[in-house]
Design a protein around this ligand. Sequence first.
Ligand code: C2E
Ligand code: MG
Ligand code: MG
Ligand code: MG
Length: 286
Amino acid sequence: QAKNDPGDPICRYRSALSEDLEVRSQVRKDLRAGIIAGELRLLYQPKVDLRSGRVVGMEALVRWNHPRHGLIPPARFIPVAETSGLIIPLGEWVLEECCRQLRLWRDDGMSDLKGSVNMSPVQVFSQDVAALVAEALHTTGLPAEALEIEITEGVFVHDEQRARRRLEGLRALGVGLAIDDFGTGYSALAYLKRLPATSLKIDQSFIREVTDQPEQARLCRAIIGVGHDFGLTVVAEGIETAEHLAFLRAEGCDFGQGYYFAKPLEAQDFAKVLRDQPWLTGDAAQ
Ligand code: C2E
Ligand code: MG
Ligand code: MG
Ligand code: MG
């Protein structure tokens, strides 16, 4: 009897846990079928050169268009994909789809457009990611310098040697390598000198309060300085207001993304932004 007492904390915990496991196993089953059925989609968030206001690139962000639940954000299924091995086919699809779309836009006149793809640490550990990227570039005819791979600091936690070798393999192809969500991981600075990164993305949590908390502004300024000292380009994510933008411009941050410019867009809407270049500053607009 006591086993099924909903007031009993252990019982509550057990049922919460089993529910969670049930949900996860359902998600896993649906996702496996969904990948095969072509339910994954990419959205593209503009990346803007903060000095000129020009759209110079985009970040590809995956969505799952579930037949019953609609468009599902990655936070809801990437973790399941990572623990079930589905991140491998998912990651391959994202990579190739982004390269394919980028090639089309470059052929269509935006010849120096760049694209960034997020890669899970799980992929870096379980796959020869350099071979994977080389193949995607080859199949789509995209030059390596058009592509950047984004990886979070978490990739270095388990086996830094191995992660470094894999990432050096990527760099050797000529693709860019960005450290994503910079500043939120376990040790922000020590590995900067040991990694073949080409850019650093300041996490949006730093940007959010940059204009009303002096300490956040100091942190942000310091990150931009450290990034530049290490020869990296610095990208701010999560720019939401004109004040955020003005601050980052004044501090010499190179590139930015955020809702102030645009949310992640459908391909045809991103193409329109590329044509219209709505954020060109006075100088660059002339
Ligand atoms: P991320 O790579 O750091 O991507 C930035 C996230 O911030 C995106 O959420 C984006 O929509 C959101 N964002 C952009 N501008 C703003 C803003 O101004 N304000 C706020 N509040 N949010 C903004 P999204 O698309 O839900 O992706 C979440 C995370 O899921 C990504 O974080 C990335 O870690 C992961 N992810 C997305 N696509 C992929 C993928 O194809 N493969 C892998 N492995 N992970 C992915
Ligand atoms: Mg990213
Ligand atoms: Mg990020
Ligand atoms: Mg993030």
